[in-house]
Design a binder for this molecule. Structure first.
Ligand code: BES
Ligand code: MG
Ligand code: ZN
Length: 483
């Protein structure tokens, strides 16, 4: 719980004060610490002291006022929370501070984010490592803004709960989370937050003609599920935006088997699905006035006598034929059928697909920037606006027609791999062959949806990316027409 109070409350076990390196304050203790160079307010610096009442005062440096970016502030909040957790503080006051480029609402949002994300742990199977969830009070905020801040706290909190749901889903191992149970989790999220979920079984998927999707799924004992989520927050408008999440609950690579060191994190190959489910929950909880359909083609890429094999020529819901040269390039096969479904059956105007699609995106952009391929400049600009608000990072790669020859088929219309070079682009452009004339964004989150190292805001495991950006994208999305 996070609330707002005007003045410090006696019962608080700790307080947090943010300090700029280059700004004087009227706090004498702080100025003394600065002059003695014990604590100077440098970015990332933390200092704490015990008061006469045996409470804690935690000071966190923000660095130079002009240089502070939104994410630095979120990280500073998270640093303070980590210190408070070590000190076993159960009730904590956070002194409000103005930050460059952020309005009061922006600061509030950043505080909620830092507080909630830093406390997250996937502790279900690891008793004694529970989430850190103290009572937090924001102190000394502008009085006239209190009401607006309270609204912001609820909204931001719901968005972060979406991020946390995505993290939980990614962190859940594949023996627990498989297509059927992933669908159950989506149904539960829909019931609790207010969106409709329809789940199709393998027979219904076959009736829909989703041949490429079923080829990937057929080697596993866990049967495929098509999860369709509908949230109609603006019934007066018939425009719908479509979100498609890659939902491989485990990716062994199939007969093009992955080496063990690449396979050990492949429970996270449903990170795209987790992100769209988390986003739907956030949108519904905040009653956002937009219409959104999300689709997940959930399956497991496993080996058995019945698995698809390199060289197989398969069909697809759109009718295009595909030569499977590598069974590990399975994500795009499931995605193209999900995209055909969402365009033809759900009638969405625009499509965003989110997928842990290529190792190549890690080589190109690393762990903190999501790779983008798009057929629409204006839609990409909208994504950048959303990203500015969320603090997540994106970079667009070129979908030049020179890459087309890499994935044109020999024995079928298309090949499911374009070889080693430009792997993220050819994967994206393969999907582009199925988006018809719709404005489309492809977000390759193979690098950003999982972290091996972690930081104060994100422990090792699922990051929940890019829920915050998808939420902002939908909220800010300008509808083109109404009923
Ligand atoms: N799920 C993987 C991509 C991936 C790699 C996700 C690393 C997260 C971390 C995807 O299905 C895959 O195996 N892609 C292949 C494509 C190749 C065979 C064309 C890859 O990136 O190696
Ligand atoms: Mg694969
Ligand atoms: Zn995969």
């Amino acid at each position: 719980m996070i609330e707002i109070k005007e003045l410090s409350v006696d019962s608080l076990q700790g307080t947090v004060t943010f300090v700029y390196e280059d700004q004087q304050t009227d706090n004498q203790i702080l100025e003394q610490l600065k002059s003695k160079q014990v604590f100077e307010g440098k970015s990332g610096q933390v200092f704490y002291r015990t008061t006469n009442e045996l409470n804690y005062e935690i000071y966190v440096g923000l660095g130079k006022c002009e240089e502070l970016e939104r994410e630095d502030f979120v990280n500073a909040v998270a640093k303070a929370m980590k210190q408070a957790e070590k000190l076993n503080v159960n009730s904590l006051g956070i002194n409000f501070i103005e930050a460059k480029g952020l309005c009061t609402g922006g600061v509030t949002k950043a505080i909620v984010e830092g507080v909630k994300l830093s406390g997250y742990k996937f502790s279900k199977y690891n008793k004694g490592k529970e989430n850190y969830n103290p009572q937090v009070t924001i102190l000394g905020a502008p009085k006239e803004k209190a009401e607006k801040m309270a609204v912001k706290i609820v909204e931001a909190s719901n968005v972060i709960d979406g991020v946390i749901l995505a993290r939980d889903l990614v962190n859940e191992p594949a023996n627990i989370l498989y297509p059927e149970t992933l669908a159950e989790r989506a149904v539960l999220a829909g019931k609790e937050s207010g969106f409709e979920v329809e789940v199709f079984d393998e027979n219904q998927i076959e009736e829909l003609g989703m041949k490429a999707f079923l080829e990937v799924a057929k080697g596993s004992i866990h049967k495929a599920r098509l999860i369709v989520m509908r949230y109609m927050g603006n019934p007066d408008n018939d425009e719908k935006i479509g979100l498609v999440g890659k939902g491989l609950t485990f990716d062994t690579g199939g007969y093009s088997l992955k080496p063990s060191t690449s396979m050990d994190t492949m429970k996270s190959d449903m990170g795209g699905a987790a992100a769209v489910i988390g986003t739907m929950q956030a949108l519904a909880k905040n009653k956002v006035a937009k219409n959104v359909i999300a689709v997940v083609a959930a399956c497991e890429n496993a080996i058995s006598g019945g698995s698809y094999k390199p060289g197989d020529i398969i069909g697809s819901m759109a009718g295009k034929t595909i030569e499977v040269l590598n069974t590990d390039a399975e994500g795009r096969l499931t995605l193209v059928d999900a995209i055909t479904y969402i365009i033809e059956k759900e009638k969405v105007e625009k499509v965003v697909d989110v997928a842990t699609l290529t190792g190549a995106v890690l080589v190109a952009l690393g762990n903190e920037i999501t790779g983008v391929v798009s057929n629409d400049d204006a839609f990409y600009e909208e994504l950048l606006v959303a990203a500015k608000r969320s603090g997540e990072k994106f970079w667009r790669l070129p979908n030049d027609k020179c890459f087309k020859k890499l994935y044109k088929g020999n024995f079928a219309e298309l090949k499911n791999t374009g070889g080693r070079y430009a792997g993220t682009i050819t994967a994206g452009m393969f999907i582009e062959e199925f988006v018809q004339d719709k404005p489309w964004l492809h977000l390759d989150i193979a690098g950003t949806s999982w972290t091996d190292n972690g930081n104060d805001c994100t422990p090792k495991g699922g990051t929940g990316a890019p829920v915050k950006t998808l939420y902002e994208l939908v909220v800010k999305h300008v509808c083109n027409h109404s009923k």
